[in-house]
Design a protein around this ligand. Structure first.
Ligand code: ZN
Length: 307
C-alpha cells in the first residue's frame, strides 16, 4: 500500500539522497520512515558547581560529572576533533521486497553484530550526548576512541536486537523516537523506550511523524517538537533535549525554533555543520547494511575529521 505519507517520504528520500551525495563517504540513502510515520535529553545540562571551581584542578576531568556550557563559542566547538557518530535504522535480515536503496539503512543482524564487535575489538568507547556536549562545549574528558551509536525511527528491532548487542560490550546507544509510532506493530512501545532509558541509554526526539523540519510553520512546531518532547519526558522521567532531524534535513531557520523549545543539540546526517550553530547541526553517517566491518571503519575515517 502506497500511502500519501509514503509517497511524501519517497520524494523526501530522493531529495535527501541528492543532499548527501556530495560526500563520497556517505551512503546514498538517508533516514526513511516506513508506512507508518515514525521523535533527546535535557539532562542536567548544568553540573554540580564544584566541577567548575578552581579548587581541585586535576582529577575531575576524568572523574566528575561534566559541565555543559551552552554559551560556548561556535568557533571553539568547530575546532575540536569530531567524534564519529553512526546512524542506524532497522536491524534485520533483508527480504525479497527490500529495495537496493532500502538495504543501505536495513542492517542484517549478523552484519550488525560484526560491525559492533569490530568497534569493540578496535578499542572504541561509546559516549552519551551529555558527554559529547561537555566535550564540545568545555573540552571535557572523553574516553579513548570515542564513538556515538544512534538509532532513528523507533523500530522494534532496535530494542530486541541492537540494545542487547551493545550491552554485551558495555556500549550505550542513543534512540531517537518518533512518538506517532509508539506501540504500533514493529515499533517500540512506551514501556520499552522507558526500559532503554532505565538501562542507561539516551532517548531523544525524532518528531511526531517524521515530516521534514524545513517545511514546518506555525502549529507544526508544537505538533512535531513541543508535544513529542513532553510525551517522551513523561515516558522516561527525564528531560529530553536532544533531537534528530527526519531524513537528516534541516535549515538555519529551524535552529532558533528548536532552541526556543528546549532542544540543546540536534543531529543531522553528513552535510557541513552550521558555522554559527554547530551544536544544532552535529554530523552523523548512516552505517550501511552493505558495509563489512572494514568498510564501516574506512567510511568512519573518511567522513569525520576531514578538515
Ligand atoms: Zn528517521
Amino acid at each position: 500500500m502506497l500511502t500519501s505519507f509514503t509517497r511524501c517520504t519517497l520524494k523526501l528520500l530522493a531529495a535527501a539522497t541528492l543532499f548527501t551525495a556530495c560526500d563520497p563517504a556517505q551512503p546514498t540513502a538517508t533516514n526513511v520512515a516506513s508506512a507508518a510515520p515514525e521523535p533527546l535529553v535535557d539532562s542536567a545540562a548544568v553540573l554540580p558547581s564544584d566541577t567548575v571551581t578552581a579548587a581541585s584542578p586535576v582529577q575531575e576531568t576524568a572523574l566528575a560529572p561534566q559541565a555543559i556550557n551552552l554559551a560556548a563559542d561556535a568557533a571553539a566547538i568547530l575546532a575540536r576533533p569530531e567524534v564519529p557518530i553512526l546512524c542506524y535504522h532497522q536491524i534485520r535480515d533483508w527480504t525479497a521486497t527490500d529495495s537496493e536503496l532500502a538495504k543501505t539503512y536495513i542492517v542484517p543482524e549478523e552484519r550488525f553484530r560484526e560491525q559492533i564487535k569490530m568497534l569493540a575489538d578496535s578499542g572504541y568507547h561509546t559516549v552519551s550526548p551529555d558527554e559529547l556536549m561537555a566535550y564540545l562545549t568545555t573540552g571535557a574528558y572523553l574516553p579513548e576512541k570515542p564513538i556515538m551509536l544512534t538509532f532513528d525511527d523507533t523500530n522494534l528491532t532496535q530494542y530486541e536486537v541492537a540494545a542487547p548487542e551493545l550491552e554485551k560490550y558495555g556500549f550505550k546507544g542513543v534512540f531517537f523516537v518518533m512518538t506517532v509510532s509508539l506501540g504500533r506493530p514493529r515499533y517500540m512501545s512506551s514501556a520499552q523506550v522507558r526500559e532503554l532509558a532505565d538501562r542507561g541509554h539516551t532517548i531523544g526526539s525524532h518528531t511526531w511523524d517524521h515530516h521534514n523540519v524545513k517545511n514546518y510553520e506555525g502549529q507544526d512546531w508544537v505538533t512535531q517538537v513541543e508535544k513529542p518532547k513532553k510525551k517522551l519526558e513523561e515516558i522516561v522521567g527525564q528531560p529530553v533535549t536532544y533531537f534528530a532531524y527526519p531524513f537528516g534535513l534541516w535549515n538555519p531557520q529551524a535552529i532558533p525554533e528548536l532552541k526556543s523549545r528546549g532542544t540543546t543539540a540536534a543531529f543531522q546526517l553528513a552535510a557541513a555543520q552550521d558555522r554559527q550553530e554547530p551544536l544544532h547541526s552535529i554530523r552523523r553517517i548512516i552505517a550501511s547494511g552493505y558495509w563489512s566491518p572494514a568498510s564501516l571503519h574506512r567510511n568512519m575515517a573518511g567522513s569525520f575529521n576531514k578538515n
